[in-house]
Design a protein around this ligand. Structure first.
Ligand SMILES: *Cc1c(COP(=O)(O)O)cnc(C)c1O
Length: 400
C-alpha cells in the first residue's frame, strides 16, 4: 500500500475559539494538563484515591453528604438517563415539569421506560411555582417521582427548587433535579433542597470537556431502587452495579472508567473549590450583569422571566433587522467567538450567550460586546460605537 497521507491525518491545531454558547465552556489549563496525564489502570490504588477525592469534592460542590455521589460515564444526558432508569419501571408514575427542551427530554425517557407520565407545562422562559406542582400532585396522587430542571439551558430560566423539594418530601415523593447547567455556576444544595437524585455534566460551569455526569443518590432513592420489581433496564447505567465499583473495599469491575476524564474532573473540581463556591457564583453574577447591561444598551431584551434569570445562560430576543445566522457566523469567523442560537420553537428568535465557568471572564464579556457592536455597526444597524462597553463598565461599578 502506498502512503498517501490523507489530509485527515493532519495535526489538529487549536482555533482559539472563545466559547460563549450553551456549553461546552472554556477549559482551565490545569484540566488540559490532567487530560494528558499518563494513564494508570482503573483499579490502580492511585486511581482509586483520585476517585475518592473526586467524590469528596463532588459532595461539596453538590451540597450533599450522600455516600453515593459519583460520576457516571457519558455526558449530562447519561446523568439524566441514570437518574430515571434506576427509579422508573413500567407503570411507575412520574410527574415531569416541562418549561423547555431539557424537561421534555425527561418525559421522553419516562415514556421509553413505560412509566406512567404526567406532564405539566409552563411557557418557555418561565418557571413553576410550588403551588403548581402541589396541584398536579393533588390531581395525580399515584405519582412517586417528580422531575424538574434547575437551570433550563434552552431558555435561560432559573427554577427555584427548595420549596418544591420541601413539598415532595412532605408528600413522600422522590425528587429528581437536573443541575447540568447550574452546578458550579450557581448554588446547588442537594440536601438542603431535599433532592433525592441530582445529576449534572462536566462541560458547563465545571469547565471540563464533556464526558462525565456527576450524580448523587440519597438513601431514599437507593431504598426505592432496592424495592424495584424488575432489573434496571439499562445494564450500563445500573446503579447497583456501578455502586460496587465506587465503594471502597468492593471495587468490582463493571466497565472501564474513562480514566483521563476522571483526571480532568478531579482537577476541574479542585479549581472550583480553590476559587471558592461563593466567589465563583459571584463572578458569574457580575459577568452576567455586565453582559446584560451591554446588550440592553444595544437594544436587546432578555428572554426569560424577570427575577428568574440564569447568570450563566443569558437568552435574548434577536431584535428585528438582525440576521441570526449571518451574525453568528461572523462572530465565529471574524472574532472567534461562539454563541448559541435558539432551540426548537426559539430557533431564529433568541440567542443564548453562555458565561459558564472559565468562560465567565470580564475580557470575554467585553470582547463579545465590542465584536457584536462592531458587526451591528458595519451592518448599518447602529450609528455609533461604544454604548455597550460603557454600560458594561458601569455595571462593573466603574465610571467610563
Ligand atoms: C447540556 C444539558 C443537558 C445534557 O447534557 P449533554 O452533556 O449534552 O448530554 C441536560 N440538561 C441540561 C439542563 C443541559 O443544559
Amino acid at each position: 500500500m502506498t502512503n498517501t497521507a490523507p489530509s485527515a491525518y493532519r495535526p489538529l491545531r487549536s482555533t482559539g475559539r472563545i466559547l460563549m454558547g450553551p456549553g461546552p465552556s472554556m477549559v482551565h489549563p490545569r484540566v488540559y494538563e490532567a487530560l494528558s496525564r499518563r494513564l494508570d489502570g482503573h483499579l490502580d490504588p492511585e486511581f482509586l484515591q483520585i476517585m475518592n477525592e473526586t467524590q469528596d469534592m463532588l459532595r461539596e460542590v453538590m451540597g450533599t453528604r450522600n455516600r453515593l455521589t459519583i460520576s457516571v460515564s457519558g455526558t449530562g444526558s447519561a446523568g439524566r438517563e441514570a437518574a430515571l432508569v434506576n427509579l422508573i419501571e413500567p407503570d411507575y408514575e412520574a410527574l415531569v415539569c416541562v418549561k423547555g427542551v431539557f424537561g421534555a427530554r425527561m418525559c421522553d425517557i419516562v415514556e421509553r421506560l413505560q412509566g406512567r407520565l404526567h406532564r405539566i407545562e409552563r411557557p418557555w422562559g418561565e418557571v413553576f411555582t410550588p403551588d403548581e406542582v402541589a396541584d398536579a400532585l393533588e390531581r395525580h396522587p399515584g405519582v412517586r417521582v417528580v422531575a424538574i430542571v434547575n437551570a433550563e439551558t434552552s431558555t435561560g430560566a432559573h427554577q427555584p427548587v427548595m420549596e418544591i423539594g420541601r413539598l415532595c418530601r412532605e408528600k413522600d415523593k422522590l425528587l429528581v433535579v437536573d443541575a447540568v447547567t447550574s452546578l458550579g455556576g450557581t448554588e446547588v444544595l442537594a440536601d438542603e433542597w431535599s433532592i433525592d437524585v441530582c445529576y449534572s455534566g462536566t462541560q458547563k460551569c465545571l469547565s471540563c470537556p464533556p464526558g462525565l455526569a456527576p450524580i448523587t443518590f440519597n438513601e431514599r432513592a437507593l431504598e426505592r431502587i432496592r424495592l424495584r420489581k424488575r432489573k434496571v433496564s439499562s445494564w450500563y447505567l445500573d446503579m447497583g452495579m456501578i455502586e460496587s465499583y465506587w465503594t471502597d473495599g468492593k471495587r468490582a469491575y463493571h466497565h472501564t472508567a474513562p480514566i483521563s476524564m476522571n483526571y480532568a474532573l478531579h482537577q476541574a473540581l479542585a479549581v472550583v473549590l480553590e476559587e471558592g463556591l461563593e466567589a465563583r457564583y459571584e463572578r458569574h453574577r457580575r459577568c452576567s450583569r455586565a453582559l446584560v447591561a451591554g446588550l440592553e444598551a444595544l437594544g436587546f431584551r432578555l428572554f426569560a422571566q424577570e427575577g428568574y434569570r440564569l447568570p450563566m445562560l443569558n437568552a435574548v430576543w434577536i431584535p428585528e433587522g438582525i440576521d441570526d445566522a449571518r451574525t453568528r457566523k461572523l462572530l465565529l469567523e471574524r472574532h472567534n467567538i461562539e454563541i448559541g442560537g435558539g432551540l426548537g420553537p426559539l430557533a431564529g428568535k433568541v440567542w443564548r450567550i453562555g458565561l459558564m465557568g472559565e468562560s465567565a471572564k470580564r475580557e470575554n464579556v467585553t470582547g463579545f460586546l465590542s465584536a457584536l457592536e462592531s458587526l451591528l455597526y458595519l451592518a448599518g444597524a447602529r450609528k455609533e460605537i461604544g454604548a455597550s462597553l460603557e454600560a458594561a463598565a458601569r455595571a462593573y461599578g466603574e465610571a467610563s
